[in-house]
Design a protein around this ligand. Structure first.
Ligand code: ADP
Ligand code: K
Ligand code: MG
Length: 460
C-alpha cells in the first residue's frame, strides 16, 4: 500500500514542468496547450470567470498601493472596549483603509501562479472568493464611516468576508496536491508561505473590528446588536491582555488527547511545569492553533513509539522585556524557504514581555532524512492506512491519502496528522508578531520544540 504515495524527494526530481516554461495568467488557453504538450490539464479545469464587479485596473491600482505592515499595537490603538462611537468609527475606517489593498495583492499573487494552476477548480475557487470579497468592499472605498447604521452594515460585510475565507486552507491544499505535476514543491511552499501569512493579517484585521463592534456598539446603542458578547475585561477585540499559556495548553491537550483516544484508544499524559502562572498579551486563537498542532505532533510520536507512560512535558517560561537577542534560533537553515521574506512580518520594537514554551516528548525524535523536510507544506510521514502512524520509516508522503484527509470538513483539523501543514503554518503564526519556533530532535530519543512569542506592547 505504500506505493500509493509519492515520496516528496522523488516528486521534486521528477517534476517535468518547470514553472517558468508554463504560460502565466495573461496568456490564452490556446498558447497553454500549444507550448506545453506534456502538461495538458484535466478537461474540467477552465479559465476562472472574471467578475464584472471588479475591474483589472482597480485590482492593479490597489495592489500597487503601499501595504501597511500590521503590528499588535495597531490592533489596540483604538483603546479598550467599550469604545466610544467615534473610536469605533475610526476602527472601521482604519479597517477599510487596509483590506482592499490586501485583497488585491492576494489576487495578483494568485494571478502570478502558472495559468494551469489557477485553472484548477480549487485554486480558482479561492481566486474567486478573493474577487468576491474585494467586490463587496469596493462600494465603501470613497466613503467615511461616520454613523452607527453604516458601521453595522460595514461590520456585516466583514463578517461575510471572514466566513467566505474560512475553508481556504484545505481547499488550497487540495488544489496544490492536484497540481503537483505542474508546479514545484518549493514554488508551492513559497506561494503558500506568503499567502497564508498575509491571510493571518487580513483575518486579524477583520476579526478585530468585528470583536470591537460586538463589545462596544451595544453600550451606546443597545438596539444595535442583537447578540452582545459576554464581557471579558481582559480582552481588547481578539487580543487577551492577560492570556494564560498554561490554560491554553491544558484545554488544547485535552482536545488532542480526545483525538488520540478516538484514533488509537490511547490517551497520552502531559505535565505543565516552569511558571504556569505566567500571563501575557496575545491573540488566543493564534496560540491555540500553534499549541494544538505542536501537541498533535508530540502525542502522535508518543503513541507511535509506544511510550505512552512517558508524559509530554510542557515548560512555560516568561520572558521579561529587554531580554536581548532571542533565546532560540528563529529560523532553521531552510533551503526550502528560498528567499522568502514576508512583507507582513513586523516585529514589535517595544519591549513587550513574552513567553517561551518548550514541548518535550520522548517519541523517538525525527530521523535525519525527514528533518530537512518538516517545514514544507504538504510534507508528512503520517499514513492513515498504517495501524500505527509513521510505520513508513524514512520517506515523507504526499498524494492521494492527503487528498482523502483534506476532504474532511475542516481539512484535517480534527485529524491527528496528515495534512503536513502543522509545523509550517504554526511557524507562520509565531513569526507573524516577531516570535519563532525551533525544533530540536534527538533521534532515537525525542523532540524538543521551542515556541517563543512576543506579547503586545503598550496598551492604553
Ligand atoms: P503532519 O503532522 O500533518 O505530518 P507537520 O508539519 O505537523 O505535519 O509535521 C511534519 C512531520 O514532522 C511529521 O509528519 C513528522 O514526521 C515530523 N514531526 C513533527 N513533530 C514531531 C515530533 N514531535 N516527533 C516526531 N516527528 C515529528
Ligand atoms: K510539514
Ligand atoms: Mg502535525
Amino acid at each position: 500500500m505504500k506505493a500509493l504515495y509519492r515520496p516528496l524527494g522523488r516528486l521534486r526530481t521528477t517534476t517535468t514542468a518547470p514553472t517558468t516554461a508554463l504560460p502565466y495568467w495573461g496568456q490564452t488557453a490556446k498558447s497553454l496547450y500549444s507550448t506545453s504538450a506534456n502538461v495538458s490539464p484535466p478537461q474540467k479545469w477552465s479559465h476562472p470567470p472574471s467578475t464584472a464587479a471588479v475591474t483589472d485596473d482597480e485590482i492593479v491600482d490597489l495592489s500597487n498601493k503601499h501595504q501597511h505592515s500590521l503590528s499588535l499595537a495597531d490592533l489596540v490603538k483604538h483603546g479598550r472596549p467599550p469604545l466610544s462611537s467615534e473610536a469605533l468609527y475610526q476602527s472601521a475606517n482604519f479597517t477599510l483603509s487596509l483590506l482592499p489593498i490586501r485583497l488585491a495583492r492576494r489576487i495578483q499573487a494568485l494571478r502570478n501562479l502558472p495559468f494551469i494552476v489557477v485553472s484548477n477548480p480549487n485554486i480558482s475557487k479561492i481566486y474567486n472568493n478573493y474577487l468576491h470579497s474585494l467586490s463587496t468592499l469596493l462600494p465603501w472605498k470613497h466613503r467615511t464611516i461616520a454613523n452607527l447604521d453604516a458601521e453595522i452594515r460595514f461590520t456585516s460585510v466583514l463578517a461575510e468576508l471572514v466566513a467566505t475565507h474560512t475553508d481556504t486552507i484545505p481547499i488550497l491544499a487540495r488544489g496544490f496536491l492536484e497540481c503537483r505535476r505542474y508546479i514545484s514543491p518549493s514554488e508551492v511552499t513559497r506561494f503558500l508561505d506568503e499567502h497564508l501569512r498575509a491571510r493571518i493579517g487580513t483575518r486579524l484585521i477583520a476579526e478585530q473590528h468585528i470583536a470591537l463592534h460586538y463589545s462596544s456598539a451595544p453600550h451606546f446603542d443597545p438596539a444595535s446588536s442583537p447578540t452582545p458578547c459576554p464581557e471579558h475585561p481582559s480582552y481588547i477585540g481578539v487580543i487577551d491582555t492577560a492570556l494564560s499559556p498554561a490554560q491554553v495548553v491544558d484545554s488544547c491537550a485535552n482536545w488532542v488527547a480526545e483525538l488520540c483516544e478516538l484514533k488509537y484508544g490511547v490517551r497520552p499524559r502531559w505535565i505543565i511545569d516552569g511558571e504556569p502562572d505566567t500571563q501575557f498579551a496575545y491573540v488566543p486563537m493564534h496560540l491555540e492553533y500553534i499549541i494544538t498542532e505542536l501537541l498533535k505532533n508530540a502525542f502522535r510520536a508518543t503513541v507511535e513509539t509506544r511510550r505512552n507512560r512517558e508524559p509530554v512535558v510542557i515548560t512555560i517560561a516568561p520572558e521579561p522585556p529587554d531580554v536581548g537577542p532571542p533565546r532560540v534560533t528563529l529560523r532553521p537553515p531552510a533551503e526550502d524557504m528560498g528567499a522568502f521574506r514576508s512583507e507582513d512580518i513586523k516585529p514589535l520594537d517595544d519591549n513587550a514581555p513574552g513567553v517561551t514554551i518548550r514541548i518535550r516528548d520522548r517519541g523517538g525524535g525525527i530521523s535525519p532524512d525527514v528533518l530537512p523536510n518538516v517545514w514544507s507544506y504538504s510534507f508528512t510521514t503520517f499514513s492513515d492506512y498504517d495501524e500505527v502512524p509513521g510505520g513508513s520509516e524514512g520517506g515523507g508522503m504526499m498524494g492521494s491519502e492527503a487528498l482523502n484527509l483534506i476532504s474532511g470538513a475542516n481539512g484535517g483539523g480534527s485529524s491527528i496528522a496528515g495534512l503536513g501543514y502543522g509545523l509550517p503554518l504554526s511557524r507562520a503564526y509565531a513569526e507573524y508578531f516577531g516570535g519563532g519556533i525551533n525544533v530540536q530532535s534527538l533521534h532515537g530519543w525525542g523532540t524538543d520544540v521551542y515556541l517563543r512569542l512576543k506579547g503586545v506592547g503598550k496598551i492604553q
